[in-house]
Design a protein around this ligand. Structure first.
Ligand SMILES: Nc1ncnc2c1ncn2[C@@H]1O[C@H](COP(=O)(O)OP(=O)(O)OP(=O)(O)O)[C@@H](O)[C@H]1O
Ligand SMILES: [Mg+2]
Length: 351
C-alpha cells in the first residue's frame, strides 16, 4: 500500500493556472475523491500524478519519495477513465490479461490471475465474451479488472461512472467501494457529482479554479463547509445572515431580522461579527404553530416527493427550504413553528 502526498503542486498552461499550490495527503489504502465543477483542474491533477503531465511547481511523493523523475510506466499506476477503451476484437479474458501478457508473464499464471480478478469484479464466466456483448457497467468492470490485475500502487479514476445510467452508477458505486476495501489500493477518484463523492470517499477534496479549498470527511464537507461556495456546490440552499452575540462555551446566538437562532459552539465564532449561517433543508423541523419552541413561519408552497415534502417557508422576508417527512402535512398558507437545532446551524468560517 502506498501513501500519496502532493506538495504545493501547480500546473500552468500558458497563462492558465490549471492547478495552484495544491497540498493533499492520501493515506495508504484510502480513497480520496477530488470533487469540483468542470475545468477546476481535476484531470490535470490526476495526469500529473500519473506522470502524463509534468508540474510547473511542487512535488509528488509516493511513500515520501518524489516520483517527479520517474516515467509514467514506472510509477505503478492503474488508470480508469470515463470512456472505457477496451480492445473490441479481444475477448474479456484477453483484454484483462493484456498488461500481464505485455510483461511476458507465463500462461498458467495469467489464467490463474484472470480467473481471480474476474471473480473480484463479478464477471466469472464472461472471459470468452467480447466487449460488444457486455452492458456498459460490465464493460467498465472489465476496464477496472484490467487495471487491478497489474497490482498498481495507486489507482486513478477519472469520472469512470459518468457514461452509465443512474441505476448502473449506483450499483457501480457500491461495487467500487467494496472492491477498494477488499484490495486496499490507494485511490484518487475524480468526479463532479457530490453524491458520488459522498458515497465513495473516505475523504473529499473540493476544488474550484485550480485550488483545493477544503479537504475533509464526507460528513465534514456536507455539514461543515468552509465557504458559501462549497456549501452551494454541496446543494445547501438556506442562507441566514445575522450578527453573532453571546459567544461562549455553550455556543452563540445569531441575531437575525427574523429572530434569535442558537448556534452550536465553534472556535471561529466571534461576538459582534457579521456572519452567514447555513442549515440544510432536511435539518429544519416544522411544528404546528401552537408549539412555542420555534420561530413563527408561514408555508408559502409545498411540493410532494413521495417519502418527503419540500416546503418553502417564510419567516418575515427570509424564505427557507425545508424537507420534511410526508407523514404529516402542512397546507399552503398555514402558520407553523420553525425549529432549527443549534448543532445543525453552521456559520461559515470564511466569508
Ligand atoms: N493541455 C492543455 N493546454 C491548455 N490548457 C489546458 C490543457 N489541459 C487543461 N487545460 C485547462 O486547464 C483547466 C483545468 O482543466 P482540467 O481538464 O484539469 O479540468 P477538469 O476539472 O478535469 O474538468 P472536467 O470536469 O470538465 O473534466 C481548464 O481551464 C482547461 O482548459
Ligand atoms: Mg476532467
Amino acid at each position: 500500500m502506498t501513501r500519496l502526498r502532493l506538495d504545493g503542486l501547480g500546473k500552468r498552461f500558458g497563462d492558465v493556472d490549471a492547478v495552484k499550490d495544491l497540498d493533499l495527503d492520501v493515506a495508504e489504502g484510502s480513497l480520496v475523491a477530488l470533487l469540483g465543477p468542470s475545468g477546476c483542474g481535476k484531470t490535470t491533477t490526476l495526469r500529473m500524478i500519473a506522470g502524463l503531465e509534468s508540474p510547473t511547481e511542487g512535488d509528488i511523493l509516493f511513500d515520501e519519495e518524489s516520483v517527479l523523475a520517474t516515467p509514467p510506466e514506472k510509477r505503478g499506476i492503474g488508470m480508469v477513465f470515463q470512456r472505457y477503451v477496451l480492445f473490441p476484437h479481444m475477448s474479456v479474458a484477453k483484454n484483462v490479461s493484456f498488461g500481464l501478457r505485455m510483461r511476458g508473464v507465463d500462461r498458467a499464471e495469467i489464467d490463474r490471475r484472470v480467473a481471480e480478478v474476474l471473480e473480484v469484479v463479478q464477471l466469472t464466466g464472461f472471459g470468452q465474451r467480447f466487449p460488444s456483448q457486455l452492458s456498459g457497467g460490465q464493460q467498465q468492470r472489465v476496464a477496472i479488472a484490467r487495471t487491478v490485475i497489474t497490482e498498481p500502487r495507486l489507482m486513478l479514476m477519472d469520472e469512470p461512472l459518468s457514461n452509465l445510467d443512474a441505476k448502473l452508477r449506483e450499483e457501480m458505486r457500491a461495487f467500487i467501494t467494496r472492491l477498494q476495501r477488499q484490495l486496499g489500493i490507494t485511490t484518487v477518484f475524480v468526479t463532479h457529482d457530490q453524491v458520488e463523492a459522498i458515497e465513495l470517499a473516505d475523504r473529499i477534496g473540493v476544488m474550484f479554479d485550480g485550488e483545493l479549498v477544503q479537504v475533509g470527511t464526507p460528513e465534514e464537507i456536507f455539514n461543515r463547509p468552509r465557504t458559501l461556495r462549497v456549501a452551494d456546490f454541496m446543494g445547501t440552499t438556506n442562507l441566514i445572515r445575522g450578527r453573532l452575540a453571546d459567544v461562549g462555551a455553550a455556543g452563540a446566538t445569531l441575531v437575525t431580522d427574523v429572530g434569535a437562532i442558537r448556534v452550536a459552539p465553534a472556535d471561529h465564532l466571534r461576538t459582534g461579527a457579521e456572519a452567514t449561517a447555513t442549515v440544510r433543508p432536511e435539518h429544519i423541523d416544522l411544528l404546528p404553530r401552537d408549539d412555542a419552541t420555534g420561530l413563527p413561519g408561514r408555508i408559502v408552497e409545498s411540493v410532494y416527493y413521495g417519502g418527503t415534502l419540500a416546503y418553502r417557508v417564510a419567516l418575515g422576508d427570509l424564505v427557507l427550504q425545508v424537507r420534511d417527512r410526508s407523514t404529516r402535512r402542512f397546507g399552503d398558507g398555514e402558520e407553523v413553528s420553525v425549529r432549527i437545532a443549534p448543532h445543525h446551524v453552521w456559520v461559515f468560517p470564511e466569508a
